[in-house]
Design a protein around this ligand. Structure first.
Ligand code: NAD
Length: 496
């Protein structure tokens, strides 16, 4: 990829490079260099993409589900064939390590595999003889043009949460990926065409707010799937539903990890380190706030500090791989630093300091080392806001009840985890904590493709979540048919 790497739009099966469009730079976070320019589509390009998807819909919806699914099987094979190349593209434009990029894509492949179950997933229900000689059944139908708007942090997995399932259920699709990571989506789109998808069934527009607004208000769009930060998720839900669309909108998060005195120390430290610093904390399921309960909490701090200081930070765009890569942009890194400073000036205590981290072969990369801050009080911005960086807050409390009450004050509700050997404590925690994805001795309880990605509160706006059966319901509408056949006219041929 170079600054001249083309980043076309895909509209009606054609790769277009509208010369007049403004562009936005795409960075390699590892070095801070510009590696491309993404065209910023506007209302005209969005209209062309939606019109193409609308025109392709009738024939695609009539294509037997097994044939639609067969294309998805071919797509899965192609994505796997190009696994390494796509993972390297993710690392280059996002900054996460090669292993993390492989994980990102692997989770995406699982979503494709789930979509390959469409002939079964589309099945309806039936009750025979619901009244005398009357049968009743439900059948599922696609909606029409569906839209996906995705964030930067999982460039492969999150688009793949959306379009494979939308397509196999008979919808056509327009994807608008994050303008910060356009090249992964581009490659995923190229392979979809190679898999044999008819033209117009899948379209790709790149861009920012103007493209999103044109999609949200377009009269031919039936449904919008969104993943991103909470203020934008709320806006997408309000605007999309006001324009008559079905909307599922995943927002940001603040996920608590509870540590009880009886937990296994090594497993707990390992779990916390992964939860807090995996993908440099740029995960909506990052376990960024630890609450230790009881008297052992402060002893853990030494182990956590040692583990954090040992994490190697560096470039992810080459062969040698560090433990942790850069953040997405310099501006985002500076925002995270600002939150750390605000916590420290409000009285929090630094346990591991990643602020001065040096990467000698890439001095302009957007780096921040693993940082741990102790005694973060609930009122601090560091405790309330989503940080989305390699920063772990720790707070010590005496009782589980107080810890649960504190976590439940959060505006968000994506996930929470507990490390304990007590079934009773785990059960209480699971029952009382107000969020949608629970980990018991698992630090990042992000659900797999067959389960809903089940955020609560300000982590989700809508009714039907992304992934699993709920997403099948989101992308389809049901018809209920009630049938009675009367023998009149046929005579008694069916009876002796
Ligand atoms: P973002 O909200 O800035 O951007 C997401 C998408 O919205 C992008 O495609 C972007 O172009 C578009 N967008 C941005 N500003 C807009 C505006 N004003 N109007 C219309 N559209 C706009 O999010 P991000 O920084 O790319 O991603 C990080 C956020 O996503 C974090 O808050 C993270 O928690 C969240 N996230 C949530 C989940 C989940 O499942 N709950 C998963 C991954 C990421």
């Amino acid at each position: 990829m170079s600054t001249s790497t083309p980043c076309p739009l895909l509209i009606n099966g054609e790769w277009l490079r509208p010369a007049a469009l403004a562009t936005s730079p795409v960075f390699n976070p590892s070095t801070g260099e510009v590696i491309g320019a993404v065209p910023l589509a506007g209302a005209a390009e969005v209209d062309a993409a939606v019109q193409a998807a609308h025109a392709a819909f009738p024939a695609w919806a009539e294509t037997p589900v097994v044939d639609r699914t067969r294309i998805m099987f071919r797509y899965r094979t192609l994505v796997e064939k190009h696994f390494d190349e796509i993972a390297r593209t993710i690392s280059r434009e996002h900054g996460k390590t090669y292993a993390e990029s492989r994980g990102d894509l692997f989770r995406g492949i699982e979503a494709i595999e789930y979509a390959c179950g469409a002939p079964t997933l589309m099945m309806g229900d039936m009750v025979t003889n619901i009244a005398r000689s009357v049968d009743c059944e439900t059948t599922r139908y696609p909606l029409g043009v569906c839209v996906g708007i995705t964030p930067f942090n999982f460039p492969a997995m999150i688009p793949l949460w959306m379009f494979p399932l939308a397509l196999v259920t008979g919808n056509t699709f327009v994807l608008k990926p994050s303008e910060r990571v356009p090249f992964t989506a581009l490659r995923l789109a190229e392979l979809l065409i190679e898999a044999g998808l008819p033209k117009g069934v899948f379209n790709l527009v790149q861009g920012g707010k103007p493209a999103v607004d044109a999609l949200l208000t377009h009269p031919l769009v039936k449904a919008v799937s969104f993943v991103g930060s909470t203020p934008i998720a709320r806006y997408i839900h309000q605007t999309g539903t006001a324009h008559g669309k079905r909307v599922q909108a995943n927002g940001g998060a603040k996920n608590y990890v509870f540590v009880l005195p009886d937990s296994d120390v090594n497993k707990t430290v390992e779990g916390i380190m992964n939860a807090a610093f995996g993908c440099a904390g740029e995960r909506c399921m990052a376990g960024s706030s630890v609450i230790t309960v009881g008297n052992r909490g402060r002893h853990l701090m030494g182990e956590l500090a040692t583990a954090a200081k040992a994490l190697k930070v560096g470039r992810t765009d080459g062969e040698a791989q560090p433990d942790m890569g850069a953040l997405i942009t310099a501006a985002h890194r500076d925002r995270v630093l600002g939150l750390v400073e605000s916590g420290l000036s409000a009285g929090a205590k630094l346990v591991a300091d990643g602020r001065g981290v040096k990467v000698p072969d890439a001095p302009k990369g957007f780096y921040l080392g693993a940082t741990i801050v102790e005694d973060v009080q609930p009122g601090m911005a560091l405790a309330r806001e989503e940080v989305f960086g390699p920063v772990l807050n720790v707070l010590h409390l005496d009782h589980l009840e107080d810890a649960i009450a504190l976590a439940n004050q959060s505006a968000y509700g994506n996930g929470a985890a507990i490390f304990t050997n007590s079934g009773k404590a785990a059960r209480e925690f699971k029952h009382r904590v107000q969020c949608g994805m629970i980990g018991i001795n698992i630090g990042v309880p992000a659900s797999l493709a067959m389960f809903p990605f089940s955020g609560w509160n300000d982590s989700f706006f809508g009714d039907l979540h992304i992934q699993g059966k709920e997403s099948v319901w989101f992308y389809t509408q049901q018809k209920v048919t009630t049938t009675r056949w009367i023998a009149e006219g046929v005579g008694d041929v069916w009876r002796k």
